[in-house]
Unconditional design. Structure first.
Length: 211
């Protein structure tokens, strides 16, 4: 089984809750040769922003034309992200809610793998996801409480990632969300501890899938 862990928080685990979730998940994964684990740290990768440079690079590449430095960088980066995503049986996203949305480098990663003809296609009846057999695990932390009906529409991190994965045809999505530790500081320690226990459970559940 190939597991891709997309780490999208560059805060130390002592300060960033989703960084700690990533750390706990990695430590709890079953130690076996049947698990091939690839970590993609979006804050450490060279990932130019998605835009005209990408489209120029794709066009020039198809026509075997020489690329500029930035075009070569973005083509190399996008292909690396795409290869990692396509090779994975399980994709794990570990990220925080920052300013109501996802960190910018995670947005760039998603922009790279959001590609017609690879992860989705167009049909007469609308878009069709092309990677339905993948499993996705979402590890997310948010200081406020967004699970209530009133606040849920304002949550644009988990909702966004889930929607994109659904668009790719992926319906096997598991979520561990730690929320409210900043809103309720008196209960923060217990909230985080309970969430980390859920992270351990999700990591250990990958073992039977290998059979």
């Amino acid at each position: 089984m190939n597991i891709l862990v997309v780490k999208a928080n560059n805060r130390p685990s002592s300060e960033g809750v989703s960084s700690k979730m990533h750390e706990v998940f990695m430590n709890e994964l079953p130690q076996t040769n049947e698990l091939n684990i690839n970590t993609f740290d979006v804050f450490k990768e060279d990932m130019p922003y998605f835009g005209q440079d990408f489209f120029n690079a794709m066009k020039k590449s198809a026509q075997a034309e020489q690329l500029s430095d930035i075009e070569q960088r973005i083509l190399t980066a996008s292909n690396k992200a795409m290869d990692a995503f396509m090779d994975a049986d399980v994709v794990v996203f570990a990220f925080p809610l920052w300013n109501k949305t996802i960190p910018a480098p995670l947005q760039t990663f998603i922009d790279y793998v959001y590609r017609a003809g690879v992860t989705f296609s167009y049909s007469e009846n609308g878009p069709v996801g092309l990677v339905p057999d993948k499993k996705v695990i979402i590890l997310n932390a948010r200081g406020g409480v967004y699970s209530t009906p009133e606040m849920a529409p304002a949550e644009m991190s988990v909702n966004y990632v889930r929607m994109i994965m659904n668009f790719f045809g992926i319906t096997n999505i598991e979520e561990v969300i730690i929320e409210g530790h900043n809103q309720y500081p008196d209960h923060a320690e217990q909230i985080i501890a309970d969430g980390m226990q859920e992270v351990k459970t999700v990591a250990n559940r990958l073992a039977p899938v290998m059979v």
